[in-house]
Write a protein that binds this ligand. Structure first.
Ligand code: NAD
Ligand code: TYD
Length: 351
């Protein structure tokens, strides 16, 4: 069936994997990627598909209400997959305002534009909001986040994502906008901006620089390969039930320090360094303020109801990720030097 789908934040880490999957798998869909291209947005992530006929890029700031409404009137979307966000906890601690604008106001603008378009004929339409497990706060040694765990966000990032989740549910309940939400654990894989833990550590190990580990390195995260998140999003977009929430996680908990030690071993092998060389770069640094202790997702609803399961073992996924970063040094250098802004000018001049 022909559909026109809006994917917001498609030039970012997870968004680019979702856009690629939809463009390649659903040639009958027109996939419109709307992205502001902040520091985290990089059109080079989509260079392999950007000439496809069923793909269009629109440089859009979702905080700009008029631009959002113009976009919806231009394309008459059947579905929205909303990933655009400010996504880095550390940045939300130094400058929270941008998180409120993009994650809350931006989401409301998208909801209002969807409402204008769909209010008289909501059948077959869907607003799919991509969220995070961080809205649930922090776990102790035991237990898991389920779909009914009470929200208890602890950082400006997670508070802004929690607000946007509440707004999506409120628009679903009050105005009848067809909507689903998923809350996913930490992602890793190719194309992640190198200020998040895994790509930052890979880059520093490669350059023999210190690997900064916050506090004692005992905080626990549940890591999921980005392609597994994209496959879950595909499934939920097509088969998720209106008004439902789905938790997505890798059942793959790692203490930060254990993860870094595993990464160091993989890097030593890949770089032909003597075993133990990279571990010597580990440097404990001042902890993040309000650092959440543990995240762990129970994804049995998604697995049981929709038949989803994650694929690679962590060591395999991590090795694939390391290989990608070592093979794509140009991408890394351009991202770090800000060169991809010029790539955008070149690729999209006059479009
Ligand atoms: P990212 O920071 O790599 O990408 C975000 C994208 O949004 C970028 O392309 C950026 O240019 C765009 N953007 C930012 N502000 C915008 C605005 N005002 N208007 C339009 N576009 C804007 O983020 P990511 O890691 O790919 O995360 C994507 C989504 O998934 C986010 O909503 C995030 O909360 C959620 N999520 C991320 C993780 C994770 O581990 N990375 C886990 C669970 C959920
Ligand atoms: P991050 O990738 O920022 O994701 P999030 O905070 O959303 O979980 O960080 C993952 C974990 O790694 C988190 O516990 C903070 C920690 N961390 C470090 O120890 N050192 C670093 O340099 C970074 C960026 C993160």
């Amino acid at each position: 069936m022909k559909k026109t789908i809006l994917i917001t934040g498609g030039a970012g880490f997870i968004g680019s994997h979702v856009v690629r999957r939809f463009v390649n798998k659903y040639p009958e869909y027109l996939v419109v990627n709307a992205d502001k291209l902040t520091y985290a947005g990089n059109l080079e992530n989509l260079a392999d598909i950007d000439k496809k006929e069923n793909y269009a890029f629109e440089k859009t700031d979702i905080v700009d209400k008029q631009s959002v409404f113009d976009l919806f009137r231009k394309y008459n979307f059947d579905g929205v997959i909303h990933l655009a966000a400010e996504s880095h906890v550390d940045r939300s601690i130094t400058s929270p305002d941008e998180f409120v604008f993009t994650n809350i106001i931006g989401t409301v603008n998208l909801l209002n534009a969807s409402l204008e378009l769909w209010k008289n004929a909501p059948e077959g339409k869907l607003f799919y909001h991509i969220s995070t497990d961080e809205v649930f706060g922090s776990l102790g040694a035991e237990g898991y986040f389920t779909e009914v765990t009470a929200y208890d966000p602890k950082s400006p990032y997670s508070a802004s994502k929690a607000s946007s989740d509440h707004l999506v549910r409120a628009y679903n309940h009050t105005f009848g906008i067809p909507a689903v939400i998923s809350n996913c654990s930490n992602n890793y894989g190719p194309n992640q901006f190198p200020e998040k833990l895994i790509p930052l550590a890979i880059n520093n190990i490669k350059n023999s620089k210190p690997i900064p580990v916050y506090g004692k390195g005992e905080n626990i995260r549940d890591w999921l390969y980005v392609e597994d998140h994209a496959s879950a999003i595909d499934l939920i977009f097509h088969r998720g039930n209106n008004g439902e929430t789905y938790n997505i996680g890798g059942n793959n908990e790692w203490k930060n320090i254990d993860l870094i030690i595993l990464l160091c071993k993989i890097m030593d092998t890949k770089l032909g360094r003597q075993d133990g060389t990279s571990e010597r770069l580990i440097t404990y640094v001042k902890d993040r303020p309000g650092h959440d202790a543990r995240y762990a997702i129970d994804s049995s609803k998604l697995q049981g109801e929709l038949g989803w399961s994650p694929i690679p073992e962590f060591a395999v996924g991590l090795e694939k990720t390391v290989e990608w970063y070592l093979a794509n040094t140009g991408w890394l250098e351009r991202v770090l030097s800000g060169d991809y802004g010029r790539y955008y000018e070149k690729m999209y001049a006059g479009r």
